[in-house]
Design a protein around this ligand. Structure first.
Ligand code: AMP
Ligand code: FES
Ligand code: ZN
Ligand code: ZN
Length: 314
């Protein structure tokens, strides 16, 4: 297989794009494409201060690397979740995020959940009985809350995450299987700013996971290979496997599934949903918007965790 641009030996073959490239041309192609998506979806400009949420994994570190290479003003945010899994998942990902920032002289903010909210994620999940043994929903809720708070409090114009096409297609598949209109309405490469909520963007949402792995490896980015221990056997992981089977038979199917969804929504497929969506109001405690009548789900979670601790102490 030869590189389409220079004819030398190709390093990456992308059947889904009918495109093979050598290392140098691949490392040029990824940022070019990213820039194209940033412009197409009007994500941000060179004047905006960007906060990149980095987990220590390949996607978010690759995203930070690409944005820095493209000359954007991008700082990082790492959230310490306190997950061990027998191999120090959080401490290792923390170390790698910090190493990445240090070596490139980039600024990294760090928020440790246990320090800030009293307990690490798995304990918060147990205390609140929200997903005992599988803390993913508490974890997702907490990450969204913290990312939003830091972006808002520190005055960033936009919050960027490293979600790739495999992530987005798997979430879309799950939401479609259950026809979750509200979620389908909100699943987007760009979520505009709203009162109390920072603007959110996913610049990598059109790249296949294996394209990001290739990029991270060819750039020599040191990232955590292990997934979060709680992701093993999760529904999302299962949907990713199913979509990969489909992709093997029909290269490009995953991308088509996602892009056709974006197109259908733009043409008004979920317009009714948009009209029906409950109006949001600020949470009386933290100020982030919520559709609940009182406190937002994050503040209710924290209240429940605090109550359980008091109960046990008594
Ligand atoms: P995940 O939900 O683990 O698939 O992660 C999706 C995206 O959320 C990543 O690409 C990161 O941008 C962000 N993210 C995940 N975990 C963390 C973390 N511990 N700290 C900061 N950002 C994170
Ligand atoms: Fe949050 Fe796995 S439970 S990353
Ligand atoms: Zn080439
Ligand atoms: Zn709140």
């Amino acid at each position: 297989m030869k590189c389409r641009k220079c004819g030398s030996k190709a390093s990456v073959n992308m059947r889904q794009h009918k495109l093979a490239l050598c290392k140098d041309h691949y490392l040029e192609w990824i940022p070019e494409q990213t820039e194209r998506f940033i412009k197409k979806y009007e994500m941000f400009t060179h004047n905006d201060k960007i906060l990149v949420a980095v987990s220590g994994g390949k996607d978010s570190l690759a995203l930070w690397d690409i944005l820095a290479r493209l000359g954007y003003q991008a700082d990082g945010l790492y959230i310490g979740l306190g997950i061990d899994g027998g191999f120090g998942y959080s401490s290792e990902s923390h170390r790698l995020a910090q190493k990445f920032a240090y070596e490139r002289n980039l600024k990294l903010h760090i928020v440790d959940v246990e320090e800030q909210y009293g307990q690490p994620i798995p304990v918060l999940a147990d205390l609140t009985h929200r997903g005992v043994g599988r803390p993913c929903s508490v974890c997702g809720l907490t990450k969204r809350h913290v990312m939003n708070r830091i972006a808002r409090d520190l005055g960033y114009a936009v919050l960027a995450t490293g979600h790739n096409l495999d992530d987005e297609a798997a979430v879309l598949f799950g939401n479609t299987l259950n026809w979750l209109g509200d979620y389908l309405l909100r699943q987007s490469p760009v979520l505009p700013e709203s009162p109390g909520l920072a603007r959110k963007v996913k610049p990598l949402c059109r790249f296949y996971e294996r394209e990001m792995t290739a990029y991270a490896l060819l750039r020599g980015i040191d990232y955590i290979y292990e997934e979060c221990p709680y992701a093993v056997g999760s529904k999302t992981t299962y949907y990713k496997e199913l979509l990969n089977q489909l992709e093997t038979e029909r290269p490009g199917a995953k991308l088509t599934f996602y892009l056709k969804f974006l197109e259908a929504r733009q043409q008004g497929l979920f317009a009714e949903q948009a009209r029906a969506q409950a109006t949001l109001k600020p949470c009386p405690n933290c100020g982030q918007p919520t559709s609940a009548p009182g406190l937002c789900s994050f503040c209710r979670l924290m209240e429940r965790a605090a109550l359980t601790i008091t109960d046990t102490a008594e």
